[in-house]
Design a protein around this ligand. Structure first.
Ligand code: GLC
Length: 437
């Protein structure tokens, strides 16, 4: 069994740590401007400007069944959908606001359709819920708010009451966790207690006090025992969520040093919401490496799609999902139920290791394809058999020594020298599956 034990928390993280790979879905009115989900903030748009999106939001091509199929093919086992992003617009039929999809030309509960479609494909269902809300009349203007540069911002804040807003969130979370069956993840986003520099004193950041986070979380746990909750309310819960960067080692607790359950969230290109003109799309190699790099240090990957305003995934997102589908079809065994390899194994240069949690199989990911041998020390007395994962073809090896003919020979009692075909197999990152004794 794996010797890495993550810090025990209230949520049911067992399935989560097994499944490793999920789909993030950022979808809201911001798909229409198609210039980033923060557009209202970036362009300091007034409600009047933003209302145009509300008026014309009509995702006539929304077919979540298709998304769910694509997610499944890509090997994604769970999904997290933006029920409300910072813009405050609700993708579900909430009784506590008019600012919701059912009041737009969309005319239906989009969350409901997502839930049904993904569940039908056997994909676990999660909800993202923004703590930030740039539409709610009680949400005070702060350093991230679209009205932050207004001359009368301080005045506009008079009468706004965060307590009422906190109640609104509890009401909506109650709806979300009552009306849609079993929800596996609740992904709150986010806190920013440290004020941004250059803003007046009164314009503070927001954190757990403002959200009344303890109450909010207690409520969620009561409604859905076992639900996984992230940390972004500013209260430590079940999962740590490094965003848009690749940790280089297992994320550990800063004070206790405990191994944590963590999930990196990443985008295909540089925006979460659909961005028509953003062009930093990641290469197929990067996409696969991000997944491998994450699991090889005990983490999960939540990969984002930003559907278009019409409601479909554009060709770039489709292509990126296809990259995962092609690789996962043959190699998912090195991902599901796998974690960081035991410390006794050191990855040879250019490789990444994962190991099945039962300890029986070691996976060597050939991130840099080696020529023509792969020398692996510390494995000789443990290896029983080796094969390529994608086709189950035997990978030959010698024990103790290998002759490289041109006057070079490696000798070492603990050496395994795998013989690697000169032509790289037709898979982005080939994986050697080692059965251990
Ligand atoms: C953020 C951003 C955001 C995105 C999220 C995903 O903090 O505000 O737009 O939803 O992280 O991790």
């Amino acid at each position: 069994m794996s010797s890495y034990v993550t810090k025990k928390t209230l949520g049911d993280t067992e399935w989560f740590e097994h499944d490793r790979f999920g789909m993030f879905i950022h979808w809201g009115l911001y798909a229409m401007p198609a210039r980033n989900e923060w557009i209202k903030h970036i362009e300091c748009q007034t409600d009047e400007i933003y209302d145009k999106y509300f008026k014309y939001f009509n995702p006539d091509m929304y077919e979540p069944k298709k998304w769910a199929k694509m997610a499944k093919e890509a090997g994604m086992k769970y999904a997290v959908f933006t029920t409300k992003h910072h813009e405050g617009f609700c993708m579900f039929d909430s009784q506590y606001t008019d600012y919701k999809c059912t009041n737009t030309p969309a005319g239906r509960d989009l969350v409901k359709e997502y839930v049904d479609a993904f569940r039908a494909e056997g994909i676990r269902v999660g909800f993202y819920y923004s703590l930030i809300d740039w539409h709610h009349p009680d949400f005070t203007i702060d350093t991230k708010h679209p009205r932050r540069f207004d001359k009368n911002a301080e005045e506009l804040n008079q009468g706004r009451d965060m307590k009422k807003y906190a109640q609104y969130m509890r009401d909506q979370v109650t709806e979300l966790l009552t009306n849609y069956g079993k929800i596996d993840i609740l992904w709150f986003d986010f806190s920013y207690s440290t004020p941004d520099p250059g803003f007046p004193e009164w314009m503070k950041g927001k954190g757990k006090q403002d959200w009344e986070a303890e109450e909010l979380i207690a409520l969620a746990r009561k409604l859905q025992p076992g639900i996984i909750i992230d940390n972004r309310t500013e209260l430590e819960q079940d999962i740590w969520t490094p965003e848009q960067y690749q940790p280089l080692e297992w994320v550990k607790h800063s004070e206790t040093g405990d191994y944590l359950t963590w999930e990196a969230c990443q985008t295909f290109s540089g925006s979460w919401g659909y961005h028509r003109d953003e062009a930093t799309w990641k290469s197929p190699e990067m996409l696969i490496n991000m997944l491998v790099n994450t699991v090889c240090i005990g983490g999960n990957l939540l990969m984002n799609v930003g559907p278009t305003a019409r409601g479909y995934l554009d060709y770039r997102a489709e292509n990126a999902l296809k990259v995962y589908a092609d690789w996962m079809k043959y190699n998912s065994r090195s991902i599901y139920g796998c974690t960081m390899a035991e410390p006794e194994f050191t990855a040879p240069r250019g490789t990444r290791l994962t190991q099945s949690v039962d300890g029986k199989r070691l996976y060597i990911h050939l991130v840099e394809y080696p020529y023509e041998f792969l020398e692996f020390r510390g494995l000789a007395d443990k290896i029983d058999y080796a094969q390529f994962l994608h086709d189950g073809s035997e990978v030959l090896y010698t024990l103790g020594s290998v002759d490289h003919f041109s006057e070079a020979r490696t000798e070492s009692a603990d050496l395994v020298a795998f013989k690697i075909p000169i032509v790289k197999p037709n898979t982005i990152v080939p994986v050697i599956e080692v059965f251990l004794k």
